[in-house]
Design a protein around this ligand. Structure first.
Ligand SMILES: Cc1cc2nc3c(=O)[nH]c(=O)nc-3n(C[C@H](O)[C@H](O)[C@H](O)COP(=O)(O)OP(=O)(O)OC[C@H]3O[C@@H](n4cnc5c(N)ncnc54)[C@H](O)[C@@H]3O)c2cc1C
Length: 392
């Protein structure tokens, strides 16, 4: 087995690292202190995304994307994930289901989104529908040559900067007809309900939007009526792997910072790294992170170059999301502990990492939901689904 990165992969990772260190990290404190970036800083950051050539990394070149495979995307997202305040969300990465749009839809939505001229947000969750999307109450009812959409969506990430939504609705209110609609934010009836504050200081917001008798033409269905759950599932698989990548990146930074701090901080006459309690914490952090990263790279490689089939990938992506997000949470917790009182200060990256990693065990399917998917896979295909090595 040759585990080494190819020259192309290594150069890509280096490029993402340079972008993160030079363009994202300097914006962290401004974002933390002001609850976001000034328009000037945002514009500079967006210009830097273009310069770095790392826009729309997940879409095909034909649609204006970078055409990276899943493994390469993971390499990039791991580096971006080292930045706090979700600055990794500045490089636009249009939702993956947009790729199956008709030629006209891709022309109107996907290609401008890949160019950074438009931005989407994915709206599934509702007050009564979270882990169980069959509880969605947003409905789309046929009316003449179009559809009328009614409902309210929660936690719409980057909804403040998006100009269109992928709205997961039930046609005629029927849970057997989940369907994704392309809805322009400027349409009459699309209303901002409120913009709640969250635990993290995210560079964008997660507002609540209501859709009140919003009329869209017939050609705004993405894919087919009834295909909504399948599309949303495809989005989940991609997002779960990218959460794996970003949490590994964030935890790697937390470990580096904790180690550096422990070597310099002197208490009881010696650097705290020489107290075994601290040294053992660092050892556990490093080993757990090594395991998480090994798993992440293996599954991402299988997805990109190993011919894994879709259903299998769905089950493996859950394992990656579960293990990487939970490992990263433990690593960050110990990084805060090693920093002592300083670790509790918002100006310290470890404090922000600790706070920000919490959501990775909740969004795109909670840890409990990932365990349900894994349990289901075990029942269907046996333990080998997780314990067998590819080709074994
Ligand atoms: C910051 C943030 C951004 C988000 N961005 C988006 C977005 O852009 N678009 C979007 O559509 N959604 C978004 N979400 C929503 C997110 O995906 C949901 O919060 C998540 O799926 C959980 O749903 P819920 O909050 O309704 O919790 P619930 O589903 O109500 O779950 C509550 C608790 O019950 C547990 N639980 C539920 N069912 C079971 C079960 N069968 N067995 C065992 N335990 C169970 C859960 O694990 C959890 O611990 C975002 C959420 C946050 C916090």
């Amino acid at each position: 087995m040759d585990f080494r990165l190819t020259t192309e992969d290594r150069e890509l990772k280096e490029r993402a690292r340079a972008f993160t260190e030079q363009r994202l990290l300097p914006l962290e404190l401004e974002c933390e202190e002001n609850g976001g970036l000034s328009p000037e800083s945002m514009e500079r950051a967006r210009a830097a995304v273009r310069e770095s050539g790392l826009a729309a990394i997940n879409h095909a070149k034909d649609d204006g994307g970078l055409g990276l495979d899943t493994f390469q995307q993971v390499l990039v997202e791991e580096e971006w994930g080292k930045a706090t305040n979700a600055l990794w969300d500045i490089p636009w990465r249009p939702s993956i289901p947009l790729r199956i749009g008709t030629e006209a839809q891709r022309q109107e939505y996907l290609r401008p989104a890949c160019r950074g001229e438009r931005r989407d947000a994915y709206a599934i969750t509702e007050a009564g529908a979270g882990s169980d999307p069959t509880m969605v109450e947003t409905s789309a009812v046929r009316d003449g040559d179009g559809w009328v959409i009614n409902g309210t969506k929660w936690h719409v990430t980057s909804g403040d900067v998006a100009d269109f939504f992928l709205v997961h609705a039930h046609v005629d209110g029927d849970p057997n007809k989940p369907t994704v609609f392309l809805v322009d934010k400027a349409l009459p009836g699309v209303k901002l309900v409120r913009t709640p504050k969250y635990m993290h200081t995210f560079v964008f917001e997660h507002p609540i939007f209501s859709f009140e008798n919003v009329r869209v033409p017939a050609d705004k269905v993405l894919g087919e009526v009834g295909q909504g759950y399948e599309l949303t599932k495809e989005w989940f698989v991609e997002e779960r792997l990218m959460i794996g990548a970003r949490t590994v990146g964030a935890a790697t930074r937390a470990l580096d910072l904790a180690l550096e701090f422990a070597k310099k901080r002197v208490q009881f006459g010696r650097p705290i790294v020489e107290h075994q309690a601290i040294e053992f914490m660092l050892a556990d952090m490093a080993v757990e992170l090594m395991a998480a990263k090994s798993m992440l790279y293996r599954v991402a490689w299988q997805a990109a170059r190993g011919g894994v089939e879709r259903k299998e990938l769905h089950a493996l992506a859950s394992a990656v999301k579960l293990f990487c997000s939970e490992t990263a949470g433990r690593v960050a917790d110990r990084a805060v502990q090693i920093h002592g009182g300083r670790g509790y200060m918002r100006e310290q990256p470890v404090e922000r990492i600790y706070r920000e990693l919490r959501v990775d065990r909740i969004w795109e399917g909670t840890s409990e939901i990932q365990r349900m998917i894994i349990g289901n896979e075990l029942r269907k295909r046996g333990a080998g689904a997780y314990t067998r090595w590819p080709g074994e």
